[in-house]
Design a protein around this ligand. Structure first.
Ligand code: MN
Length: 283
């Protein structure tokens, strides 16, 4: 199943180049009063809603995919988790380039651990990335993004994939400089999630997916998730050993080599095998 959010908060199922509007399925979501849950209640209840979503998708008149504006497939994640230097060749390029490491000691993910990006940085591919700090280098990073589907604490890698709601393409946009990652990667619009959520029965092995990123038609990044130092299951094990993961939490699994600058006017195209591709404007 390929679940998207589009337009003014509508819910859709993507099939080929068509979107079926299944927004009515949201009517059966549990409603809440303040204080609201801090996790994503749609992702939490996705399994229960699935029969209703499928029924609606079968009868909803399809819309052309190209006619809809895609939002982040997860509306209210409680955490956006980042994995630093999780591909060997990206680690090597950061160590070799002062513009990337800014005289900071670069540690492998085993030592550096994980970081958090502000949830207010999250956008979908239909919204532009509006750059800040134009006097500084702003870089693209394409990453496989994993969305958590069930509460997970101290989960072993062997059990970890059972806690996954699905996968998306993630862009971890980054201002280069000496500050903490969490600051440099949390500007509004600097976390892009899209184009839709692909549920695990369509992607049983997240560890063998080609991923690419082009800017203005020029290929910048190309790798495969088999090159991840910590794969999806290991990242869930690691993260859940420090804190509880909640439905809707997103893990950006790290970027391969080839990161490079983006500027206003650029167009980013990112693709991952088994998920699809998305085009994002930079302003
Ligand atoms: Mn990253």
């Amino acid at each position: 199943m390929r679940l998207c959010r589009f337009g003014n908060g509508r819910l859709g199922i993507v099939e080929g180049q068509l979107v079926h509007d299944v927004t009515e399925a949201l009517d059966t979501l549990t409603s809440f009063r303040h204080p609201f849950p801090r996790h994503d209640v749609l992702i939490e209840q996705l399994d229960a809603l699935r029969p209703r979503i499928c029924d609606l998708a079968a009868t909803a008149p399809p819309l052309p995919l190209e006619s809809v504006v895609l939002m982040s497939p997860v509306a209210n994640p409680g955490k956006l988790i980042g994995a630093p230097a999780n591909y060997q060749r990206h680690y090597d390029e950061v160590v070799a380039d002062a513009e990337l490491h800014h005289q900071q000691r670069v540690a492998f993910i085993h030592t550096a651990g994980l970081f958090l990006k502000a949830t207010s940085s999250l956008i979908g591919p239909g919204e532009p990335i509006t750059l800040r700090k134009l006097d500084r280098r702003n870089d693209h990073e394409v990453e496989l993004a994993c969305v958590i589907g069930a509460r997970a604490s101290d989960v072993s890698r062997d059990d970890a994939l059972a806690y996954v709601a699905g996968y998306c393409i993630g862009l971890d946009i980054t201002i280069r400089g000496p500050e903490e990652r969490s600051l440099r990667k949390s500007a509004d619009g600097y976390s892009v999630l899209g184009p839709w959520l692909v549920t695990p029965e369509e992607l049983p092995d997240p560890g063998a997916l080609e991923l690419t990123l082009s800017v203005n038609g020029m290929r910048r990044q190309q790798s495969n998730t088999r090159e991840l130092i910590l794969g999806v299951a290991e990242l869930i094990e690691y993260a859940s050993s420090f804190y509880t993961l909640f439905p809707g939490d997103v893990i950006f699994t790290g970027t391969p080599e080839g990161v490079g600058p983006i500027r206003p006017g650029d167009v980013i195209e990112a693709a991952i095998d088994g998920i699809g591709s998305m085009t994002v404007q930079v302003t």
